[in-house]
Design a protein around this ligand. Structure first.
Ligand code: AHR
Length: 618
């Protein structure tokens, strides 16, 4: 084949085309990217998060060598407004009594030579100091690391200690035991590997974060997905919608919440950490905020109470970009980041459809553009990228002059191959498309290849497609809410799928401008017919034999598919045939009547052939 590339700089700029989308589903944050190793560190698991949950979830009582104690959860004199803490009421110390945490997955991964930072808030309810032994142990009680603290105060006090592992065990336990007497209370029991990504405190798991950084994404959309718009309208409720102001500041104070994916979300990985991570990996931050409307339960904030929600958006921009003299900019400085985070984009809503959303979007849009005209705003168009609701999203985007429309879809690989021309007809003067979520259903090489083919349609149409990110990004193998996913991990391993390497390829080789390319003589070509057709579809050869495993006709508009499997087209092999290059054998497949078909032929083998001929007509 021959490729002709016009190297004069012309065509559309590709900008920030390829990025990533982080959502805490599949335990992507807690038990995943967020490096905390203790599960249920502040005893706040609650059946509202998950029907199996209780406050001592992931914890077990320890009573050794005749020791006895009573463990209970109290909330009368709490460390913080989160309430719950554990009380260890020592009856007989024996060889030690206390609590053990089993971590996430199969346990706490303990690795020889690595060290771990333990911390806890504790207070005693007696006049004696209480020594507490801290160990990392295997299920059989073998000790891999050991340290100790002494609880010396009747006030909540933070204690810290370091543990160094002498051997490896990926099913470890964190064990806290005392041989003292009396009663003591614990909250925020935490264990982090001392090495996190770039060694940030309250940091990220190094291996997972490194795999993300290796992609070199241009942007990161966060913190969700359905995660952001599901929940109560009251920011103080346990099942509140995701409100960013709850996620910053002292980690111990951040209220845990019921995650849309039905597990406890600590918010230890919060907005400050997201912004920092984006900066660390050179990705522009794209936060997505709820618009005061929960499409799952059809709850909406009355319009006359919408201002605090709009303020959340305005304050977030100030937090990210504002001067130290502004209230929210000052908070960023106080948290340790004097420089702005240079936020350029904001998403309002995720997959919302319905009038209550579009009515509210307009208020957000006007307020943001009035104060921050340069911030690019992303509107929503629902979860299907077709149909009436989708059209409604586009209407809202055009009316409001949104910078982007967020399209989401999960489709078969065949759909992607057939629809790779989807954006060819999108207009440059319209809002740009943000493909905020897309994937083909699977993590096979075939899926990855279909996605790669489809992504060439984003590049080719950079006049219309401005941003695109595969979804979902991360999955903990032991807590699967959704698959396929780009990256899979357990408590000590992580690997990228074939789809990951496709994303990486595109991100590493993203161009600056689209150049016109002509391709000639390549074996496989997709044929898009953009004019009305009626009559018979027939397929033939221009010589030789074509064995095909599938011929597929997909209607661009309705998605209707016609499929023909396993056929063979034979041409009589005479000198005359070869000379005049005519198709002699035609296989008639179907009668069709439509306007926008894409035809794809999967050939198993072409023997002595110059190609495949397709006929539409009588
Ligand atoms: O990516 C998984 C989910 O799919 C997202 O949370 C949601 O936006 C979509 O429906």
């Amino acid at each position: 084949g021959k490729l002709t590339i016009n190297t004069d700089k012309q065509g559309s700029a590709m900008g920030d085309l390829f990025g990533i989308f982080f959502e805490d589903l599949n335990h992507a944050a807690d038990g995943g990217l967020y490096a905390e190793l203790v599960q249920n560190r502040s005893f706040d698991f609650d059946p509202i998060d998950h029907p199996d949950y209780h406050a001592l979830m992931a914890w077990e009582k320890v009573e050794r060598g005749g020791g006895e104690c009573n463990i209970r959860i109290e909330c009368e004199s709490p460390l913080n407004k989160k309430g719950n803490y554990a009380v260890i009421d020592i009856r007989t110390a024996g060889d030690g009594v206390g609590l053990m945490n089993q971590g996430f997955n199969t346990g706490i991964p303990v690795k020889e030579g690595n060290s771990y930072i333990f911390s806890v808030y504790a207070r005693r309810d007696s006049s004696f100091d209480i020594p507490v032994n801290i160990t990392l142990e295997g299920i059989d009680g073998s000790v891999y690391a050991e340290t100790a603290i002494v609880v010396t105060s009747n006030e909540w006090t933070k204690y810290e200690a370091c543990l160094s592992a002498s051997a490896t065990n990926y099913s470890g336990r964190l064990v806290l035991t005392t041989k003292g007497s009396g009663l003591f209370c614990l909250d925020m029991v935490s264990l982090f590997p001392s090495q996190t990504f770039l060694n940030r405190p309250n940091g990220l798991r190094k291996d997972i974060a490194t795999l993300l950084a290796d992609l070199k994404p241009k942007f990161m959309r966060f913190p969700g997905g359905c995660l952001i718009h599901d929940g109560s309208l009251n920011a103080d409720d346990r099942d509140s919608m995701y409100r960013w102001k709850n996620t910053i500041g002292a980690v111990a104070e951040r209220p845990a919440r019921r995650n849309n994916w039905r597990y406890n979300q600590t918010l230890g990985l919060g907005y400050y950490e997201y912004f920092l991570f984006c900066e660390d990996i050179g990705a522009k931050p794209i936060p997505v905020l709820p618009a005061g409307y929960d499409p799952h339960h059809k709850r909406s904030v009355p319009l006359n109470e919408l201002q605090p929600w709009i303020d959340d958006a305005l304050d977030l921009i100030e937090f990210a970009n504002g001067e130290a003299s502004s209230p929210w900019g000052a908070l960023r400085v106080q948290l340790g980041h004097p420089e702005p985070f240079n936020m350029e984009y904001i998403g309002i809503g995720n997959e919302e459809v319905g009038e209550p959303f579009f009515e509210r979007y307009a208020y957000f849009h006007r307020a943001i553009k009035a104060k921050y005209p340069d911030i690019q705003i992303i509107n929503s168009s629902g979860p299907f990228a077709s149909g009436e609701e989708y059209e409604r999203g586009w209407r809202s985007a055009r009316e409001n002059r949104s910078d982007f429309v967020d399209e989401h879809y999960y489709q078969s690989p065949e759909w992607m191959l057939a629809h790779h021309r989807r954006y060819d007809s999108f207009k440059a003067e319209d809002p740009k498309v943000f493909i905020g979520e897309y994937a083909s259903w699977g993590n096979t090489y075939y899926n990855a290849l279909a996605e790669a083919a489809y992504m060439t349609g984003f590049e080719r149409n950079a006049h219309a497609v401005g941003l695109a990110c595969y979804a979902p990004l991360l999955c903990n193998v032991d807590y699967v809410n959704w698959k396929p996913d780009l990256i899979w991990f357990n408590n000590h391993n992580v690997f990228g799928t074939a789809n990951y390497y496709v994303q990486k390829l595109f991100m590493h080789h993203q161009g600056n401008y689209v150049l016109p390319v002509q391709a000639e003589g390549f074996g496989q070509q997709a044929l898009s017919v953009n004019k009305p057709i009626s009559g018979r579809l027939a397929v033939g050869t221009e010589g030789g034999i074509v064995e095909y495993s599938r011929i597929q006709l997909i209607d661009h508009v309705t998605g209707e598919t016609k499929e023909f499997g396993d056929g063979k087209i034979l041409l009589s092999d005479t000198a005359e045939d070869r000379e005049n290059g005519q198709a002699r054998t035609i296989e008639e497949l179907a009668s069709i009547e439509s306007e926008h078909y894409t035809l794809s032929i999967t050939a198993k083998q072409i023997t002595w052939g110059r190609g495949i001929m397709v006929h539409f007509g009588k």
